[in-house]
Every structure is written in structure tokens, then in C-alpha cells.
Write a protein that binds this ligand. Structure first.
Ligand code: XMP
Length: 435
């Protein structure tokens, strides 16, 4: 293994993630582990140079105050204890500094001067280490990956292809709710350029017929999720002798799904609900990475920037932006207006700056006029928001000139649309998506 590591033991501090990030920013790899890790498990981790125990307000589970196992304290690793009294600590902090620079100063004293760690955490080394780990885990066996074309699954695909080549089987299910050009890009990059094993399934018609006349947002989401698993499962059964399932799980997914001390925010759904008889062992090479690190990893692996720096896109895709019961004409209007919005945001240099931007087409019409004749057509709603964690969001103040150009193009180029609106609502009270 190429990189030194500082282990943070999770005693419920809400600061763990910030500390891990700060250590990685200092060039040293850092991972967070549950408080009850054993000495044996710790000794099996590669290149551990020191341990940080960080207490906090959540260090109680079921009414019991939790602590790290005594044997870990005496395992011989340099120890920094913060907000948690430990007699054996080499360094003690009563409070984590709130200023990032002060935090880094404290941490660099510990990780470099006390632990003697080397600042050798970078993407090249991370990739080299993961390739070695994946090869060890997988051996000569086959790995299946649901490749959505999103950042995380694309980076996993590129990494695994580099590690195990033809032992990787990617399945790309096009549910007909993807953005314009997305399925084509997946085929181009992974099949044509990378020469990876890619099974491309165009299931558009199948999804649309399942969704016919279904207007309730939650029903739509459930149908799309369940059908996705069904299609994926059918393809998985056709590919015989698969032992592993790769997932683009990243670190925030693990935190959001609840650690031992962090409360669950939302259940995460990658390819979760596969049937019991399809028993796979998981391969999750990105599970310790933060989002920006995943992107850096993708760039290092040679993926196109447009794929690596793409905005978040919900699993149910354009299905939650074509409001109510999905119809082909309105779905096309969402797809085309979204493509125009994305093009114009690129031109206006907003694409890299705004967190998420898309269009919505509701299921009602309004009266308009075109060529001196009355029209009765759909509106397109533009939404552009900024957020840190998607829990709250504020709207982007898009310049009028840009909005007017987008409006002009949508009204000219998208059939069946006679009106364009801008969504002014922050989250809360609105959510980012409309359904
Ligand atoms: P909301 O609408 O809840 O969205 O404010 C917050 C963020 O999550 C994205 N989103 C999803 N992402 N699967 C996903 O992977 C989903 O089912 C899903 N629903 C919403 C949304 O686009 C926004 O970035």
C-alpha cells in the first residue's frame, strides 16, 4: 500500500467528517471507523500512523455512554484525544478549532510531528491502492456493475475496468427518463473508447407503459425503482457466473444511511433491493471518498470532464420533472428544454458555478398566441439552485439576459410550449425537485 493513514474513531462527534477532510487536505489519507473497532481489526488496516478519538454530544447509544475499547488505547498507536478524556493520549484538545486554518495547524502538529505520517495521499496512489485491493478481493471472478452514467458509477466503471478489465460487466439500463445524449455518451465512452463489456438495455417503452396514467409522485418513484431492479435482475441472470456486485457508494452515502452514532437522514437506494437468490459480494472502491475526490479520481482515470463534473441527477430521472402522469410529448419537452438550458448555462459560464439546474413541465396548459392564432400549450419552468448538502437550497440569481435567451430558444425550439417561468422558491419551503 502506498499511503499512510490516520484513523478517526467515531464517538459521535459531528466534526468527524470535517476532521477527515482536513487531514486529507493536508495530504494524508484518513478514514473514519466505528468506536468499537477491535485492536485486531485496527492492526489489520494498512499503514495506520495514528488515531484520533473525538468525543461529542452523540456519544450515547441506547442511554449508554460509549467509549473506544481499552485494548485500542494500548495498541501502541500515537493518539489524539479531542473533547474526550483519555489518560494515554499523546495530544489532547478540549475543543476542535472552528477556523479551518487553526484546525489544520493542530492536525498537522499531530499527524506530522507526533505520528510521522508522510503526505502521500493523492489520486494516483489512491487508484493504485484500490486496484491492488480490488484484484485481491475479486481474484479471477466476474463483477457486475449497474452503470447509470452518473459520476459515481462511471468512476467505479473506469476504476474497475483498469483493475480487472474483461472481468467487469457493466449494465446500462436506459429507462427512457435520461437527459438528451446521456445513454449515447455511456455507450461511446465505455463501449467504444474504453472497450469495456457493456450491456446496453433500452427499456424506455417498458418503463413508459408501466408509468402510463400514474400521476402520484411517490407511486411514480416506486414504479421506476422497482422496474429498474427487475430489468437489471433480468440482465444479471443472463450473465452467468457473476460473484460480485460493484456499487458507486461514496462516503456521504454511508453517513446519510446512518452510522452507529449518526441519525439516519434518508435511506440510500443504489441497487438495493435485489432478490435474495442473487447473492453478490459487494465491491465498493469509492466508499471512502468525498464527492470532489470522486471527481478528481475520474479525471485521473481519463473520463471526459463533462461526465465527471456533471450536476446531480435523480435516479427517477426526468420522470420527476414531467409532472403528474407522464406523456411522451411532455417528456420530450422536458428533455429538449433541459438540453437548451444546459447549453446556455455552458455558454454563460454558469454550468460549473450553479449546483443544479433543470427544467420542469407541469401537466396543465395555458392560453397563448402565436402567428395571430390562439394556442393552448404547456409551460416550461426553469429551476436553478445552490446548496451545500441538498438539505437546504437557495435559488441562483440567473442574469435576465441569460434567462431571456433561454426563454427565446425554448419557445422557438420546443414544440407544444408557449410560456416559460422561473421558480423562485428556496428549500424549504420547496424541495429541489418538484416531485
Ligand atoms: P429534493 O427534491 O429532495 O432533492 O430537495 C435533493 C437532491 O436529491 C436529488 N434527488 C435524488 N437523487 N435519487 C437520487 O439519487 C432520487 O430518487 C432523488 N430524488 C431527488 C435531487 O435532484 C436533488 O439534487
Amino acid at each position: 500500500m502506498k499511503q499512510d493513514m490516520i484513523v478517526i474513531l467515531d464517538l459521535g462527534s459531528t466534526e468527524n467528517t470535517r476532521i477527515a477532510r482536513a487531514i486529507r487536505d493536508l495530504g494524508v489519507y484518513s478514514e473514519i471507523y466505528p468506536h468499537d473497532i477491535t485492536k485486531k481489526e485496527l492492526l489489520e488496516l494498512p499503514n495506520v500512523k495514528g488515531i484520533i478519538v473525538s468525543g461529542g454530544p452523540n456519544n450515547v447509544i441506547d442511554g449508554q455512554k460509549i467509549d473506544v475499547l481499552e485494548e485500542v488505547y494500548s495498541a501502541g498507536f500515537p493518539l489524539l484525544a479531542a473533547q474526550h478524556p483519555v489518560a494515554a493520549a499523546d495530544s489532547v484538545l478540549n475543543q476542535w478549532p472552528t477556523e479551518d486554518n487553526d484546525l489544520k495547524k493542530e492536525l498537522s502538529n499531530f499527524i506530522f510531528d507526533v505520528c510521522g505520517a508522510q503526505p502521500n495521499w493523492n489520486m494516483k496512489n489512491f487508484i493504485a491502492d484500490q486496484i491492488e485491493l480490488v484484484r485481491q478481493q475479486v481474484g479471477k471472478k466476474k463483477v457486475l456493475l449497474a452503470l447509470s452514467g452518473g459520476v459515481d458509477s462511471s468512476v467505479v466503471a473506469a476504476l474497475l475496468h483498469k483493475a480487472i478489465g474483461d472481468q467487469l460487466y457493466c449494465v446500462h439500463v436506459n429507462h427512457g427518463l435520461l437527459r438528451k445524449g446521456e445513454a449515447e455518451q455511456v455507450v461511446e465512452v465505455f463501449q467504444n473508447q474504453m472497450k469495456a463489456n457493456l450491456v446496453y438495455v433500452d427499456a424506455s417503452e417498458r418503463f413508459l407503459s408501466k408509468l402510463e396514467n400514474v400521476a402520484d409522485p411517490e407511486d411514480k418513484r416506486k414504479i421506476i425503482g422497482a422496474e429498474f431492479i427487475r430489468v437489471f435482475e433480468e440482465e444479471a441472470r443472463k450473465l452467468e457466473g457473476i460473484d460480485f456486485l460493484a456499487q458507486g457508494t461514496i462516503y456521504p452515502d454511508i453517513v446519510e444511511s446512518g452510522t452507529k452514532t449518526a441519525k439516519m437522514v434518508k435511506s440510500h437506494h443504489n441497487v438495493g433491493g435485489l432478490p435474495e437468490d442473487l447473492q453478490f459480494e459487494l465491491v465498493e472502491p469509492l466508499r471512502q471518498l468525498f464527492k470532489d475526490e470522486v471527481r478528481a479520481c475520474g479525471v485521473e482515470l481519463g473520463l471526459p470532464e463533462g461526465m465527471v463534473y456533471r450536476q446531480p441527477f435523480p435516479g427517477p430521472g426526468l420522470g420527476v420533472r414531467c409532472l403528474g402522469a407522464i406523456t411522451k410529448d411532455r417528456l420530450e419537452a422536458v428533455r429538449e428544454s433541459d438540453a437548451i438550458l444546459r447549453e446556455e448555462f455552458e455558454i454563460a459560464e454558469l454550468a460549473g458555478k450553479v449546483w443544479q439546474y433543470f427544467t420542469i413541465v407541469p401537466d396543465f396548459k395555458s392560453v397563448g398566441v402565436r402567428d395571430n392564432a390562439r394556442t393552448y400549450e404547456y409551460p416550461v419552468i426553469i429551476r436553478a439552485v445552490n446548496t451545500i448538502d441538498a438539505m437546504t437550497a437557495s435559488i441562483e440569481c440567473v442574469p435576465w439576459t441569460v434567462l431571456m435567451k433561454i426563454t427565446d430558444r425554448i419557445l422557438k425550439e420546443v414544440p407544444g410550449v408557449n410560456r416559460v417561468c422561473y421558480d423562485m422558491s428556496p428549500k424549504p419551503s420547496a424541495t429541489i425537485e418538484w416531485e
